[in-house]
Design a protein around this ligand. Structure first.
Ligand code: F6R
Length: 608
């Protein structure tokens, strides 16, 4: 959500900043802007719409010469998307330029105070108060003015700031919104995320809350909010640069769907050792695992959906009670933190505001927090007691696919490990599951090779207005994700139901031709789901069913059947989701939509 890129060095800043912003497009935005020190003044350009508008306006930065600048892609919160509301924001004298990710929660109070003092606001944004406050506190020392502002604002921010008085410096600061600093031989960078700078450097500093950095050609200086210098160690990022490129695929989403076998393999293989699962990162002793009385899984969106599967799998195998919550609900519902319980936060980005707030609440109540995170060094990873990383690599498409699949794989390993330590499954059962887990990446690969069949089916449903997904148990959890995937990128209204729940209301929506996608991969629940399929068919629905090859009889009751290979029932979701991801992709493609950057959505939701 919003992206920041900044550069100071030996090269022209604007093209580097524009390229960096392009790499952050996946975060979601509706306008963009850039400010560059041109040797005399701070030259600023802003444009509503896609980055290409700004790119054309500035002739890919050629019209903005200079070696030091900051840029921003804005996802509107305060004030509609417009040139005026786009960042950077400047003070009236055009001597201070600010870009900001996050929300200044007390901006109305601050704005009223500034207006009384005669400051005039031109935008509707919360960010503009920062430009005026910096002016108010600036006495020649930028870091001091930034500290004063930080002490007075409430909310979240990642900031990039330039002062005309200090033309060869970039300042940056953060609180609860991600920001990194990159250093190379030819320049220094600030960015919201690693892909923005990966082509220039792998040496990165992760900024912590309430830290300030001052970058110049000569130095990289970090301070805390009280102006005290701090020492930070750089980290070498080992992401493959090509992982952040499309690599011949039409969309990042399709590429990432195809990367799933590798991503799952990378996530499970290092943890399978000598016919056992090694989760050394867990930071829990066997005794603590045996004592566990409750697990709370907390996340948002698709990550929440993996938590719904996680509940089924952990309860089934490890026999530990699990509750799965939406982070936005959990953080405000005064949850009960019992002794011997574990909170698991799931997040691809590791920066989701609600998930981070839930984590902090849990920690403040003395709960142990384990996180399942994809981005190394992200806020959630850093603040957790233990982290199980998903090794999906950078995920660029807004609609998650490979990170989702890796999160599922981590839940399988957790459930198996807990089950083994607690003795709720036999050694033989554990080995059977382990073999099935090892086979999963190849099975996903096999499913991907059948994508034409799904494309063919998807092409018949491009004009559909409503699609229902249903299933029982894990099939229900996967239905939730299949439905979300479809609606977020195709804009078709879709809902997911526990199949047995339909007749308690929603079945009234079934009429001739309504498309129902029915998942029936769980042998134990198969006859029940078939009954539910018959119920909707009786009301005229057209049913596309997803089941395993042993259930050929499905062809007698569903209108169209897709088969997935057999695996152990707890792992079925990893196979069932593949056709649903492809279905969503091909429907969106057929409708001519922007698959990777669906409207109104942001990849990293860093505000509430
Ligand atoms: C949907 C999607 C979102 C995210 C959600 C949580 O495709 O990607 O629903 O799953 O915003 O994001 P993270 O996992 O970064 O916490």
């Amino acid at each position: 959500m919003c992206g920041i890129a900044g550069y100071i060095g030996k090269k022209q800043a604007a093209p580097i900043i524009l390229d960096g912003l392009a790499k952050l497009e996946y975060r979601g935005y509706d306008s963009a802007g850039i400010a560059v020190f041109d040797g005399e003044k701070i030259h600023m350009e802003k444009a509503v719409g896609r980055l290409r508008v700004l790119d054309e306006l500035t002739r890919h930065g050629a019209s903005m010469p200079g070696f030091c600048g900051i840029g921003h892609t804005r996802w509107a919160t305060h004030g509609c998307p417009s040139d005026t509301n786009a960042h950077p924001h400047m003070n009236r004298e055009n001597t201070i330029a600010v870009v900001h990710n996050g929300i200044i929660e007390n901006y109305d109070v601050l704005k009223a105070r500034l207006e009384k003092k005669g400051y005039q606001f031109v935008s509707e944004t919360d960010t503009e108060v920062l430009a005026h406050m910096l002016t108010e506190y600036y006495r020649g020392n930028p870091a001091e003015a930034i500290e004063k502002v930080m002490h007075r604002v409430e909310g979240s921010y990642a900031l990039g700031i330039m002062f005309l008085d200090h033309p060869h410096h970039i300042y940056a600061a953060r609180k609860d919104s991600p920001l990194i600093v990159g250093v190379s031989d030819t320049g220094k960078f600030i960015a919201s995320d690693v892909p923005a700078i990966l082509q220039y450097t792998r040496t990165v500093y992760y900024m912590e809350n309430e830290e300030i950095v001052c970058l110049s050609n000569e130095h990289t200086r970090f301070y805390n909010i009280d102006g005290e210098p701090i020492e930070k160690e750089p980290v070498t990022v080992d992401w493959d640069i090509h992982a952040a490129e499309k690599g011949g695929y039409e969309h990042f989403m399709l590429k990432e769907i195809h990367e799933q076998p590798k991503a799952i393999r990378d996530t499970i293989s290092p943890r399978i050792k000598e016919n056992d699962i090694d989760l050394g990162e867990l930071n829990l002793t066997d005794e603590e695992i045996k004592r566990l009385r409750k697990i709370s899984i907390v996340a948002c969106g698709s990550a929440y959906h993996t938590g719904v599967t996680g509940k089924y799998v952990i309860e089934d195998l490890a026999r530990i009670p699990v509750e799965t919550d939406l982070a936005s609900e959990y953080r405000y519902r005064n949850p009960i933190y019992a002794p011997d319980s574990l909170v698991i936060i799931v997040s691809q980005s590791g920066e989701t505001a609600d998930s981070l707030a839930a984590l902090r609440d849990a920690k403040a109540h003395g709960s142990k927090v384990l996180s399942i995170v994809n981005v190394v060094g992200s806020s959630i990873a850093r603040e957790s007691d233990a982290v199980l990383y998903t090794w999906a690599g950078p995920e660029i498409s807004v609609a998650t696919t490979k990170a989702y699949s890796c999160q599922l794989a981590v839940f399988y390993m957790l459930a198996m490990k807990f089950a083994r330590i607690r003795g709720s499954i036999t050694a033989e059962h554990f080995q059977t599951l382990l073999e099935a887990l090892r086979r999963l990446p190849d099975q996903v690969e096999g499913l991907l090779s059948q994508k034409e069949k799904i494309q063919y089916f998807a092409n018949h449903y491009l004009a559909t207005e409503h699609i229902f997904f249903m299933g029982r148990g894990i099939d229900y959890a996967i239905s939730l994700e299949g439905s979300l995937k479809l609606k977020e990128i195709s804009y078709i209204h879709s809902e997911a139901y526990a199949a047995g729940e339909l007749k308690h209301g929603t079945i009234s929506l079934m009429e001739k031709g309504t498309l129902v996608v029915a998942l029936a991969t769980q042998d134990a629940l198969y006859p029940k789901t078939v009954s539910n399929i018959v119920e909707v068919k009786t009301r005229g629905a057209f049913v596309m069913a997803l089941t395993t090859l042993r259930h050929k009889d499905m062809e007698k009751c569903a209108d169209y059947v897709l088969y997935i290979p057999e695996t152990e029932s707890p792992f079925m979701g990893s196979l069932a989701i593949i056709p649903l991801q492809l279905f969503a992709y091909y429907v969106a493609l057929g409708r001519g939509l922007d698959v990777d950057k669906p409207r109104n959505l942001a990849k990293s939701v860093t505000v509430e």
